[in-house]
Ligand binder design. Sequence first.
Ligand code: ZN
Length: 382
Amino acid sequence: MNASGCTRGASPMRSVNGAGQVHLVGSVPVGDGDAESVFRLAANLLGHTLRRIPDGQTGLRTDTLAWQAAVFQRSRDFRQNRTGTPRAPFGHYALRPGSVAAEIDLGRLGNVEIAWSSYQVFARLKASGIIAPNTRFQVSLPTPMSVVSSLVTEADRTGVELIYYDAMATELANLQARVPPGEVAVQWDVSGELAMLERVEDIGRRDEDLDVIAGRLSDLGNLVEPGVELGYHLCHGHGSSVRVTRPSDLGLLVSLANAVRSRMRRSVDFLHLPVPRHRIEPEYFAPLRDLVLPRDTDLFLGLIHVADGVDGAALRIASARTAVANFGVATECGFDGGSPDMVKRLLLLHRKLIAPWDHPGFVGGRESVKDDRCGSSKQIPG
Ligand SMILES: [Zn+2]
């Protein structure tokens, strides 16, 4: 039992009522590479089932980590090691002799500046009724550790991560000062941390333990102001990513999510956990029984894969239900690397999978009733 009054594992998602059933992780490469194309397409195909809508991270941001190389490229305090590796194809940036991380001004990171621009498009489309009234603008941001562990040479990471964190915190504060809190959600994309915990080869620093990483992630979460929704995408990467891991179960991710939550000063509004395509067995999902899931947290499982469509997702949904009663659906990661045609197919796949749920009172195709104790849903066998 936790402070919110809900228990582990079986405590379902708060909003299984047609809204919030679908989650888009971030990258949606469509149209002319602009936010408006993404908003219009996603709103048209998924409508009110999207509680939050990202701008698609189009253009330069298609690879959310790689595009941050520009931050280090333009700094006179860094030099580039051009001997890239498969996991760091751009090479790494190292501090120049004489440069001290703590004294460096990284300048603009750019993520939040673009988010402000996209928010204004979002607000216009929402005012005109194209985006549903209950949908928030979702800002997906890479954690400082994810960026630094991808782009900075190992010896300099600790110091550079601190100044990158400060720069990110400043930019996020500036954004939050400009947007209505009730219109925005911030999602931290957590990839470098998992790579370290899972001991991905060649990822560098390996002395971090789960508690330290959970502390850093909760610090990032606490930067998100009250009224703005907060979520975490725990990321294994995907097909086109340089960091793809395929763990045998969700145990580590559940432990990390619980550890982060226990350190938070605020609510976590949504949590996205990835499900690799070949993890169709119930054993992969079994650790979800230990997930502390308060009634104010939406759980999304990234179990949609274009390669096996509705049938594959249905298998994974069935296995997941052996451990957790209710959840929304998503892809394993962002759509980057996909063609516009594939993006459209993926969005339509989301729609097919939620079709039976798309009205109040239904939970994954089975009728539900409200559980007053937990604000959750109990299933009535169909
Ligand atoms: Zn991801």
